[in-house]
Design a protein around this ligand. Structure first.
Ligand SMILES: *Cc1c(COP(=O)(O)O)cnc(C)c1O
Length: 399
């Protein structure tokens, strides 16, 4: 019988150049983004410029977390107290949390069997709720048909806000994820695609929205010290009209991220090689169902989802336990009691009465999720597949 021994939560080290730069920042003592010498550009300011270039947009704000970027995006896009905000029901807790924090009311939309938003239900809920905002979470890196999403949003005058926590580096039909809506948010938290412990970006091509976001982030009157922000005249009124919700990035994190950004494209290929290997191995196991990926979708395979529809709710804990005993850590989105990072919308009780979303629940009930860290190699993925195969076979024989 096969066993797997590597941890699923082990990151690669920060590149040496980033460590050296971070040490220099610490030696200088100038960790705050606006604490610069005359003529000096801070690491944070440089990072914003570099990320905007990477993303292919004029404006980028570096902030304290991805969840903070989502909150500020809603505020800067003009959300009013109590207004409804649509989001897909399969997402991570920071998304409904950001809507709540920004004063919005969460309106959940069904997903389909490929973990993407259900477009027919989206349109139905736009009409039913009258919402002006769709915070679209590209959960676990699954991109819906973005041409269709944009068309629906435009048709109904809905502002699209993209949560790209799992799609940094991904694209749809050659256009980067994050460049479809009015504003996009990214996370640089440890488990995402670049790692500063905590952190995030907001990107947009809307100069007024950006000016509001910069002021919200806590820039005092230092908004001219941004690497990728509109010119000072855009701030003329906005700087006085916009509350400060302090949530800046600091130079230490920025230094670490600047060293990782040039490696991102290469790392995306490395993730995808591992993903494809897992995908082809798992697809050969009887009873395992993988999601279909659209050929216009260029994703980042930093995690993989699969379903085993034949397993009943009672059999699943044993399957997960047996996999774990052999070193393969699976998350189960169907668990009624949320554990670790799992997220089922009916566990967010503060939203009020959970709506009935039978399609989403049916899919999540049999969905397993596995992280694909870059510290695994292709041989590791083969061992993981073998473990899952053996467990399914032996559990099947027992029942
Ligand atoms: C991680 C994550 C976020 C926000 O990230 P933080 O930086 O941890 O606040 C938002 N959406 C999704 C889907 C995420 O996984």
């Amino acid at each position: 019988m096969t066993n797997f021994t590597k941890p699923f939560t082990q990151q690669e080290p920060i590149p040496e150049s980033g460590i050296e730069r971070a040490v220099e920042v610490m030696r200088s003592g100038r960790l705050h983004r606006y604490n610069t010498l005359a003529g000096e550009l801070s690491e944070t300011e440089l990072l914003e410029k570099e990320y905007a270039e990477y993303q292919g947009v004029p404006y980028c704000l570096a902030c304290a977390s991805g969840g903070y970027a989502l909150h500020v995006a809603l505020k800067a896009a003009g959300l009013k107290q109590g207004e409804p905000v649509l989001t897909n029901a399969f997402t991570l807790a920071p998304v409904p949390g950001a809507i709540n924090n920004a004063g919005g009311t969460v309106v959940l939309v069904e997903i389909d069997e490929n973990y993407c938003v259900d477009l027919a239900h989206l349109e139905q809920m736009i009409e039913q709720s009258g919402s002006r905002f769709f915070m679209m979470s590209h959960m676990r890196g699954h991109l819906a048909d973005m041409d269709a999403v944009v068309e629906i949003c435009e048709k109904h005058g809905v502002t699209l806000i993209e949560d790209c926590a799992h799609t940094m580096g991904a694209s749809w039909n050659g256009k980067k994820s994050g460049n479809f809506g009015r504003v996009a948010c990214f996370s640089t938290q440890t488990y995402k695609h670049i790692n500063s412990g905590e952190g995030g970006f907001l990107t947009t091509d809307d100069e007024e929205l950006m000016a509001r976001a910069v002021m919200h982030s806590g820039s005092y009157m230092l908004f001219e010290r941004h690497g990728a922000a509109p010119s000072a005249d855009v701030f003329a009124d906005i700087r006085l009209d916009t509350p400060n919700y302090s949530g800046r990035m600091d130079n230490l994190r920025a230094a670490i991220l600047r060293a990782q950004l040039p490696l991102l494209s290469e790392n995306v290929d490395r993730w995808n090689a591992r993903y494809r290997s897992l995908e082809s191995g798992l697809s050969e196991i009887d009873g395992v169902v993988l999601s279909q990926r659209h050929d216009k979708e260029y994703f980042v395979g930093s995690s993989i989802q699969f379903r085993v529809p034949q397993l009943s709710g009672d059999e699943i804990p044993q399957f997960i336990g047996d996999c774990a005993a052999k070193g393969v850590e699976l998350k189960w989105f169907g668990n009624a009691d949320p554990q670790g990072f799992t997220s089922r919308y009916d566990s967010w009780r503060y939203l009020g009465d959970a709506p009935k979303l039978p399609q989403t629940l049916k899919i999540l009930d049999t969905t397993f999720d596995m992280r694909v860290p870059l510290t695994f190699d292709l041989e590791d993925t083969a061992v993981i597949v073998q473990v899952i195969k053996e467990v399914l076979l032996s559990d099947g024989e027992k029942s």
